[in-house]
Design a protein around this ligand. Structure first.
Ligand code: TXA
Ligand code: MG
Length: 316
């Protein structure tokens, strides 16, 4: 198993030696390696069992640092960075040569963000390079929101997990790029469309759904637990399934005994629901039974990002 701790010096040393370290962010835990070092990035792909066509997000500590590996920042991207960094927003920007092609899977643009977590910001400031960091889960499985989640799945493959406690936002960053001058959201996430539109005006939302993602790796089936997930009206569904073999994921109402159900937010708060979402899926996936019954949350704010994850988790 990996060592778990809060030792930034140790994390730094490992990263400087092309090793991988799991880092906390406000969204989910990342699996970090030196983004300028092909050996480290290759390791990330291997440890996650991630296909080479799926590019990675590069993380650094402020907008100024971004200029060291980005050719230029369009005005709208700049406005977003000023408004939301550090925070759960990733920008697709034209990369400089120093970002190896393996990081972007050959694309001309690199995904960049400044995560909002004190431990990780401190670490990033002490490094001479940005880090590439996908979510620290095996490819296609549920994203980790605690150090224990990371250890359970990747603990035998990495030396160190920097423990920053449970993630505050709980779902991944929103990814936004530009088609000409027009902003396009490619992945819904921790910064809501509504917040972004307050800064830029109208934006297009175009989550990629194919099996061969042109740009963001938004595969139809992702975040998937081992159990089958059925989404619908829980009151109707619950009557049709044997309660002994069924787990329930609900937004705010109880339908069955405590051990077999997770309520995402009893007070109906979408931020709280996002925070609990991935650990709820993980828990329900570990209890006996074959099926998880789930319902959509209200489709606004972070609810849209939660519903997107739920849909992909249920897809086969
Ligand atoms: O919140 C987050 O974004 C977390 C934390 C660790 O920062 N990271 C994360 O990374 O979710 P990952 O690799 O699990 O998801 C990143 C997504 C992938 O779907 C990938 O295809 C897309 O971003 N992506 C990365 N680089 C891209 C690029 N150059 N162009 C288009 N899409 C890109
Ligand atoms: Mg991921």
């Amino acid at each position: 198993m990996a060592e778990i701790g809060k030792d930034i010096g140790k994390a730094r040393q490992l990263l400087e030696q092309s090793e991988l370290v799991s880092i906390p962010t406000e969204t989910v835990y990342g699996l970090a390696g030196n983004a300028l070092d092909v050996r480290a990035v290759t390791r990330i792909f291997k440890v996650k069992n991630r296909p080479a066509f799926d590019p990675m997000i590069v993380h650094t500590y402020n907008l100024e640092e971004v200029q060291s590996f980005i050719r230029n920042i369009p005005r709208q991207a700049y406005l977003l960075a000023r408004s939301f960094w550090p925070g759960p927003l990733t920008l697709l920007l034209p990369k400089k040569q120093n970002i190896p092609d393996i990081v972007t899977a050959g694309l001309t643009h690199v995904a960049v963000r400044v995560p909002d977590h004190p431990l990780t910001l401190d670490l990033l400031q002490r490094l001479d390079f940005p880090v590439a960091a996908p979510s620290a889960n095996p490819f296609g499985y549920i994203s980790p929101t605690t150090a224990k989640h990371v250890n359970d799945q990747l603990g035998d493959k990495i030396p160190y997990i920097l423990d920053g406690g449970p993630c505050r936002v709980g779902i991944e960053s929103t990814i936004i790029g530009f088609e000409g001058d027009f902003p396009v959201i490619y992945r819904l996430g921790g910064t809501s469309r509504e917040e972004i539109e307050k800064v830029l005006g109208k934006v297009k939302v175009q989550p990629q759904a194919g099996s061969d993602p042109k740009a963001p790796g938004m595969l139809k089936s992702h975040y998937a637990p081992r159990k089958e997930i059925i989404i619908g009206n829980l009151e109707k569904l619950a009557g049709k399934y044997d309660p002994e073999h069924t787990a329930i994921l609900s937004f705010k109402t109880g339908f069955t005994e405590r051990e077999r159900q997770v309520i995402l937010s009893e007070k109906g708060d979408l931020d709280e629901a996002a925070q609990n979402f991935f650990s709820a899926l993980r828990y329900l996936d570990t209890i006996p039974g074959k099926t998880i019954l789930a319902e959509y949350v209200p489709d606004k704010g972070l609810g849209k990002a939660i519903n997107d994850r739920l849909r992909r988790a249920a897809a086969k």
